[in-house]
Design a protein around this ligand. Structure first.
Ligand SMILES: Nc1nc2c(c(=O)[nH]1)N[C@H]1C(S)=C(S)[C@@H](COP(=O)(O)OP(=O)(O)OC[C@H]3O[C@@H](n4cnc5c(=O)[nH]c(N)nc54)[C@H](O)[C@@H]3O)O[C@H]1N2
Ligand SMILES: Nc1nc2c(c(=O)[nH]1)N[C@H]1C(S)=C(S)[C@@H](COP(=O)(O)OP(=O)(O)OC[C@H]3O[C@@H](n4cnc5c(=O)[nH]c(N)nc54)[C@H](O)[C@@H]3O)O[C@H]1N2
Ligand SMILES: [Mo]
Length: 674
């Protein structure tokens, strides 16, 4: 972003036209970032709670009082019967800058011996699944999509969630590429694609196996690639021949058999073929296995032979920063317990092994809005014996339950170092303006707390720029080749592309990061961890097959994906964006709507045993039959019933990586009394 100043005030903000990947385009929401920076509701000084938990009534206090109080509470808890593990940090991606999101904070909580937080709310299921097949996180270079001829958005709303990649897809289409989207919901991406397939929720692994069935049956596989660079082609072939025949897959996915056949034929014949697999399809119990299975497809047709063929999940693994030097996991006392962030509800109710949670320190996250099983999260946050600190820019729903609120800086007010999960450029973020009011960045707060707790200055008295040099490994004797020439100094002149090859097909000759060096269609390592070593499909945790009684009471599958107007729950506070998002809405298929006497605009109640929320019905074929879609993570305080979709979502964990299962969620929808 390039920010223009008038005196010390930022007056405009735009994308950097010289950025080679984003080319000056900011998405719809970030282009309004200045409306956040100078928003009337920004927190500008520390606060202490004066009302009951949940009321959001506070009095102003000084930083000194706030930090002293936090330090003394932490000291007392550490010295108490349960020790430091009774302290739980909770953070995710308010900012994804490496310094403000995971540097001194990690050191601080490691050094303190606080409970570790498994940051699983977003991407871990698929990340683990992908690695079983591929051996590393590496995949296609996003820039290579420009030259693909067949592009599949698989559980990816690319137009909304990754618009810079969509630009590449769109350019490829001008050169004749065909774009396909696989999504139970007719997302904006599905609308803009040449072909939309709408399978039932959580059936992607079955679909991929059905495609493989056709590929083997019709001789469309790359036998040479399978022979040389893959493990287990014969076993996979046997599995799909026996278990994933067209009729069964059509039944599981709810797709016409002819469409599955056509998908397989087009995928094998329109070369190079690229798959963008994203996060939507992972948020089910079988999410890890689904990604592992889809990741086998490029090898089966030899798509990796071409630079513009293959699959892309995330580019994050290509950034070889020195995270252990930055975060110092070695400071953690051995045996410290880990709490899965998806189970905040259980943690606050004392239902997990280990000591009770007596203090919660939230930063870079809005758990009351984003975490599953919201009613129980809120109940837990109301506990009078829980000491809660929230470091935030805005009065979010989470702040309402804080004992101490600390004001946070925005991206314009602090330094940071950025990697990306959507491209391969490293960037430094230099502050454009001074912090507003008394706002402080995350690292500053941890410096202040470390000082008060008497922790080692050599660990904590480093500036943000010094921390960036640690992350970039500037003083190492052998720096990673990908960082060659990339230093804080060179980043001053603009983004730097990782020194990774641009014109190569990474797996044209195998070279996978697996123990075998091959693409593991059959994966020995999975047996040891209790998984089927071959790709397979397991039904969602909540569905007709798994839980028939539940499905009889709650027959509809609810998906609650990101809104184009918000970033998770961020930007909900920006009036113009909230107005663009109108109100909480629910897409429902006309057949499901008419059975329930629901018309366009009807206020509906979406409920299951965990909770209920209200939304305005949008009736249309955007949702396939049996599926309802509630876009956007609203702040409770901006809804009429003070609840959002996460009152219904489960804390069930995915098969791999302890991942979230937000979309593995059965509900019933009824017209609400007016
Ligand atoms: N505008 C905007 N952009 C964002 C975000 C945002 O909040 N707003 N959030 C960012 C973050 S943190 C993330 S993780 C990414 C997420 O990026 P995406 O993964 O692209 O986002 P989702 O909308 O969660 O999921 C994509 C699609 O998967 C579909 N889906 C759900 N269940 C299934 C299934 O079982 N099978 C298949 N095939 N599809 C399914 C959903 O209907 C949805 O349209 O976006 C990032 N970008
Ligand atoms: N139902 C449903 N729930 C979901 C999802 C879904 O698709 N559906 N998506 C899930 C996914 S993929 C993700 S990644 C999570 C995201 O969950 P979170 O990471 O909690 O994301 P946000 O809601 O954006 O909240 C981030 C908060 O950090 C604050 N913040 C921003 N910058 C800073 C900073 O520098 N310092 C501090 N202290 N605070 C800052 C922002 O003001 C904001 O309130 O939500 C998950 N929840
Ligand atoms: Mo995410």
């Amino acid at each position: 972003m390039v920010v223009t100043l008038d005196g010390d005030r930022a007056v405009s903000l735009r994308g950097d036209p010289e950025h080679p990947f984003t080319q000056g385009f900011l998405c719809h929401k970030v282009s309004r970032y200045l409306e956040r920076v100078y928003h009337r509701d920004r927190w500008l000084h520390p606060l202490r709670r004066i009302g009951a938990k949940g009321e959001g009534r506070f009095e102003r206090i000084s930083w000194n009082e706030a930090l002293n109080e936090i330090a003394s509470r932490f000291r007392d808890i550490a010295a108490g019967p349960h020790g430091s593990e009774a302290i739980l940090p909770y953070s995710y991606c308010g900012t994804m800058g490496r310094i403000q999101s995971e540097s001194l904070d990690r050191r601080f909580f490691h050094r303190l011996g606080a409970s570790l937080l498994a940051r699983t709310i977003c991407a871990t299921a698929g990340g683990v699944g992908y690695r079983f097949t591929m051996g590393s996180g590496q995949g296609m270079d996003p820039e290579a999509f420009r030259d693909s001829k067949y592009i599949i958005n698989w559980g990816s709303n690319t137009v909304v969630t990754n618009m810079h990649l969509w630009v590449k897809m769109h350019e490829a289409r001008k050169d004749g590429a065909r774009i396909v989207t696989i999504d139970p919901y007719r997302s904006r991406t599905a609308e803009k694609s040449d072909w939309h397939l709408a399978p039932r929720v959580g059936t992607d692994a079955a679909l991929a196996l059905g495609v493989m069935h056709i590929l083997f049956r019709d001789g469309l596989t790359d036998a040479d690639y399978l022979e040389r660079y893959c493990v287990g082609a014969d076993l996979l072939r046997e599995r799909v021949e026996r278990e994933y025949g067209l009729d069964r897959v059509a039944r599981i996915t709810g797709l016409p058999a002819a469409d599955i056949e056509r998908l397989a034929h087009e995928y094998a014949n329109m070369k190079p073929a690229a798959i963008r697999v994203n996060y939507g399809l992972q948020r089910h119990r079988g999410g890890g296995m689904a990604v592992r299975t889809i990741a086998c497809l490029p090898a089966v047709i030899g798509a990796w032979r071409d630079r513009a063929g293959g699959i892309l999940l995330s580019t994050s693994a290509t950034f070889p920063l020195n995270f252990s030097a930055l975060q110092r996991p070695d400071l953690t006392p051995p045996g410290t317990r880990t709490i899965n962030m998806n189970q905040l509800a259980e943690a606050l109710h004392g239902e997990l092994p280990g000591p009770p949670v007596q203090a919660l320190y939230v930063y870079n996250s809005n758990p009351v809005a984003v975490a599953p099983d919201q009613n129980r999260v809120i109940q837990g946050m109301r506990r009078d014996d829980l000491f809660t600190v929230v470091h935030e820019q805005f009065p979010t729903d989470t702040c309402d339950y804080a004992d101490i609120v600390l004001p946070a800086t925005t991206q314009l007010e602090h330094f940071d170092l950025h990697t990306s999960y959507g491209h391969q450029w490293v960037q430094a973020n230099f502050p454009a303006i001074a912090p507003l009011g008394e706002a402080r960045c995350n690292t500053d707060v941890f410096r202040g707390l470390a000082r008060r707790l008497g922790l080692e200055p050599e660990l904590f008295e480093l500036s943000d720029e010094e921390l960036a040099r640690v992350a970039l490994d500037e003083n190492a004797i052998h720096r990673p080749a990908a960082l060659d020439g990339i230093t804080l100094e060179t980043l001053r002149s603009g983004p730097q592309r990782l020194r990774v090859p641009t014109n190569e097909a990474p797996f044209a000759q195998g070279n996978f990061g697996t123990p075998s060096g091959k693409c593991e269609l059959y994966c020995e390592r999975m047996i040891a961890q209790g998984f089927d070593p071959l790709p397979s499909w397991t039904p969602p945790a909540e569905c007709e097959e798994s839980t028939p009684e539940l499905a009889a009471r709650y027959p509809l599958q609810l998906i609650s994906p990101p809104s184009p107007h918000f970033l998770n729950s961020t930007f909900c506070e920006v009036d113009s964006l909230r107005e663009a998002a109108r109100q909480p809405e629910l897409w429902i298929h006309p057949d499901d709507a008419s059975e329930r006497d629901i018309a366009e605009g009807t206020m509906v109640r979406i409920a299951n045993d965990r909770g209920a929320f209200l939304a305005t019905a949008r009736v249309g074929e955007q949702a396939r039959p049996g599926v309802v879609v509630a876009p956007g993570i609203w702040w409770n305080k901006f809804t009429r019933d003070h609840r959002n979709a996460n009152v219904t979502s489960p804390t069930t964990l995915a098969d791999m990586g302890g991942g979230a299962t937000f979309f593995d969620n059965l509900v019933e929808v009824t017209a609400a009394a007016p």
